[in-house]
Design a protein around this ligand. Sequence first.
Ligand SMILES: [Zn+2]
Ligand SMILES: [Zn+2]
Length: 353
Amino acid sequence: MRAAVYHGPGDIRIDDVEAPRIQDPGDVIVKTRTASMCGSDLYLFNGEVEHMVTPGRTTLGHEVCAEVVEVGGAVGRFAVGDRVTFPYSVSCGTCFCCRVGQTAHCETSGKAIYGFGMAFGDLGGSQAEYVRVPLADGHLEHVPPEIGDEAAIFLSCNLPAAVTAVDAAAIEPTDTVAVVGCGPTGLLALELARQRTGQEILAFDRVPERLVRAKELGARPVDVESAELDGLVAEATSGRGVDKVIEFAGRGDAFNLAVSISRPGAVISGGGVYLEQAHPVSLFDMYFKNLQIRLNGFANAKTAQWKAMQMVAKKVIDPTTVVSHEVDLDGLPSAAAAFAGRRGGLVKMLVRV
Ligand SMILES: [Zn+2]
Ligand SMILES: [Zn+2]
């Protein structure tokens, strides 16, 4: 089968690789219909997590809308022909961590993630014609007919992550909110936050197209490179700082920005992927402001997936509004480079497999 294979920093290729087979009676094999590329895939693409991947072997992608083509003997919930999606990580539904909602830490799967290399279970990715789904009854989900492929791919990662971060921010109707990092998931979180507060939402990024989109969603765009940043936040919040921050950039500098723009007693809801081991963050600043830090970046996508699915089905949010590009597998390598380089106005791509 054809699949996107990591060959080195900035180098993914569409290779012919061995198609997955049923290995366990709980497995399902799905044929990918539509996939995508997540912001977290960029850590792999950019070569920032070389210890986790095997160049020439690791396949990529964890967002999917697919069709079941083969079912293991112990699978009860799925049949050939079912249209399905999975959360980005594999969870059993019955271990301790799954029971307490920490499905990304599933003890049965060992924190397995689709398309994320040896460190996370060495599972095949969704930017491929076929994917093996272990523990399928525990985390694979049917996509209801009213949700199209284009929206369904958001149920794997971006939308559950946005729902989780916005819920954790505990936004009140009187809150001024900041969204730091307006990539696809940040924009979805912004749209959900817009439904929770009638007050101003400040949207921080440095990519012009993203700031334009944030403005279209009713936020006040703030270029993080702007020299007037501090004054602008002070003016918007009577000098106090914002009530709630949703952080989706996933970088130390962005987290420090979140701390600096928070008012005393604010909540920082971090949905970003923080990989920096030793980035300096001031404990004093967080202590002195009585900040509440709520991190869910290693997102329990399975736990929030049902709520996300209901939101799409009932038209609370249309995640496809952040889609800017559509490619096939052959177009993926160049689109991935544009996504990584924040070039060409690429906010979110659909990959038709
Ligand atoms: Zn993701
Ligand atoms: Zn589990």
